[in-house]
Design a binder for this molecule. Structure first.
Ligand code: SF4
Length: 590
């Protein structure tokens, strides 16, 4: 527009539209969705991704379908199109389905003829007034419930086409954004769910997750990734943020005086770990780079910029950060990050770091004392992460009346209510049970994680959420556990429920049953994270769902009968071979 004004003053013809001809015959996008189809910014944040695509084309290779779609039309500039579609009561078609996920709107046909909207809740923290607002939005424009995800996030489901804008406007009024929650973007930034209230943590991580969130929102090049990307901050406390399953994991550690150096005085730092992607059977590994807390955001942003340049844009299966690291190795990759930053990063051998390993697997459910004297937090079980709008209102009410007006969503698909006075515990217990919710630590439901499944996701081979509930209620009727056993059900290889880190991991498949194909699962045992890091091993393949509860009963019965005193399921599985675990599962227990 400025160029056009200058031309008008000089008596020259005004160029058509809002795009101006630039040098070398390229077009500059000035903004607005109507000019995004065939224009390329010469400079500016969008050029990060554009140059990476140019390099692929110049090398004679072909961009993947999704990369071509992003090249043709920037997903960030779809606001007007989404509004027009919403007004016309229509869903997107073709690659627009993929591009609209930049705004958090997932058209989930054929599983459901509706939208799912995924939000961004950094660190999983929402205020009671936001929870009430979300309940109202879910009632008014969706199915009247929300789902907590394994990124401590929320999804609103069954949104009709003509309600899409109501959802987007409604979220903004609640000071919640959904930008970049889907497609090839950095997903919800997670933190330790007890940040600030855990006496055992080394450092609060919620502020870091929030800062990272705002860094992403305010840097357009952060939306130019070749594939999705996860970032987590773990404060070293008693509930893991599962940072080792993220592309970038920041894990708090301490350097004691004995190991202090001039570069690293005694204190708390973050280990930089990279390349976690458990669906591809890899955990994030320590790079050797140790960071002060105030360096983390800048370094994460530099890593993302390097990934934008170096990630594979031809093959979606090889487009995650892990594959860049496999190709370059950590040293070369960190060298690129240092060039991006314009400085060297400090390194410290892991042997000199005190990594806290005090994780308590019962700490995310039930009442527990906080760091603040006299106060407790309550972990509430949300079976497979689903919560009705009326339950959400109840939790908001409890948070206001007995807590500090705050709810914390967790990567374990449950919710924590902090700030409860000891004297109010009985009243809170009563209110939770009256809402049809639970706070028992050892129920199978407490360790139940399920992805959306075939009821709402086109990739799923089985109805994971429904099957999870069937399995948990049957196992609860047969066993009383003295320590948690996590069961993770994932609908497809995308591994949203991280079946490879579950004590029991079920990966959905279709199984032949006469002329029919029925829901079934591949059964994996012995996964873990953090200090018990392990990829669950495949024990049985293609088991029909109707046989799963009995098979799992045999496995759990065998574990309870043969374990050493106090032995966890993870340790029990780890000291047996696949064949031994098969035999244990097939041997009747008394
Ligand atoms: Fe859908 Fe697969 Fe993710 Fe489940 S794991 S929600 S089926 S993409």
């Amino acid at each position: 527009m400025g160029a056009d004004v200058a031309r008008a003053i000089r008596g020259l013809p005004i160029l058509s539209g809002s795009a101006s001809q630039a040098k070398h015959g390229e077009m500059i996008t000035v903004g607005g969705s109507s000019h995004t189809h065939a224009t390329t910014p010469v400079e500016g944040p969008d050029s990060f991704a554009r140059r990476a695509q140019d390099a692929v084309i110049a090398s004679g290779r072909k961009l993947s379908k999704e990369e071509q779609a992003k090249r043709d039309k920037n997903g960030l500039d779809l606001w007007d199109e989404i509004e027009a579609r919403s007004r016309a009561n229509e869903y997107p078609k073709g690659t627009d389905v993929f591009l609209q996920k930049f705004h958090g709107l997932f058209y989930v046909a054929p599983a459901q003829d509706s939208y799912m909207c995924r939000l961004r809740i950094p660190g999983g923290q929402i205020r009671s007034w936001q929870a009430r607002g979300l309940a109202e939005l879910a009632d008014r424009s969706a199915a009247g419930h929300v789902d907590v995800t394994t990124r401590a996030n929320l999804q609103i489901r069954e949104i009709p086409a003509n309600q899409a804008m109501e959802i987007l406007y409604g979220l903004r009024e609640l000071e919640i954004v959904s930008l970049g929650s889907g497609s090839d973007n950095i997903r919800n930034c997670t933190a330790s769910c007890l940040s600030g209230i855990d006496a055992t943590e080394l450092i609060e991580t919620l502020p870091l997750a929030k800062r990272m969130h705002h860094c992403i929102l305010n840097h357009r090049e952060m939306y130019g990734l070749p594939r999705k990307f996860n970032i987590a901050f773990d404060g070293g406390g008693k509930i893991s943020a599962l940072d080792d399953t993220n592309d970038i994991g920041f894990h708090a550690v301490r350097i004691h005086q004995d190991n202090a150096t001039s570069a690293f005085p005694a204190g708390v730092y973050f280990q930089l770990t990279l390349g976690g992607i458990t669906g591809h059977k890899d955990f994030a590994r320590y790079t050797g780079v140790l960071l002060r807390p105030d360096e983390c955001i800048e370094v994460a942003a530099a890593i993302v910029r390097v990934f934008v340049r170096t990630g594979d844009r031809t093959d979606r299966k090889k487009a995650r950060l892990k594959y860049v690291l496999d190709e370059l190795g950590f040293d070369q990759f960190i060298g690129h990050v240092e060039s991006q930053l314009g400085r060297e990063l400090g390194r410290m051998d892991a042997d000199f770091l005190d990594v806290t390993g005090g994780e308590d697997r019962t700490a995310h459910v039930g009442f527990h004392p906080q760091r603040q004297e006299g106060l407790h937090y309550l972990g509430v079980v949300l079976p497979v992460g689903r919560i009705t709008s009326s339950q959400l209102r109840t939790l908001a009410e409890i948070a206001d009346r007995y807590g500090c007006g705050e709810l914390r969503l967790t990567v374990w698909q449950n919710v924590i209510l902090p700030g409860i006075q000891e004297s109010n515990i009985p009243a809170v217990q009563e209110a939770i049970l009256a809402a049809g919710l639970n706070y028992q630590a050892n129920a199978f439901q407490a360790g139940l994680i399920a992805c959306t499944g075939s009821a709402g996701c086109k990739f799923a081979a089985s109805d994971t959420k429904r099957n999870a509930m069937e399995i948990a209620s049957l196992l609860e009727s047969r066993f009383e556990l003295d320590q948690p056993i996590n069961i993770h059900l994932t609908g497809c290889h995308h591994s949203c429920a991280q079946h490879y880190i579950g004590d029991i991991g079920l990966l959905a498949c279709k199984v032949e049953n006469g002329d029919d194909m029925v829901d079934g699962y591949h059964v994996h045992l012995g996964g873990g994270w953090g200090t018990n890091q392990a990829i669950a091993r495949l024990i049985f393949e293609s088991i029909a769902m109707n046989e799963i509860p009995d098979l799992l009963s045999a496995i759990i019965g065998g574990y309870l009968q043969r374990r050493e005193p106090g032995e966890s399921f993870t340790s029990f599985a780890a000291r047996h071979t696949v064949e031994q675990l098969r035999q244990i599962s097939l041997t009747p227990t008394s």
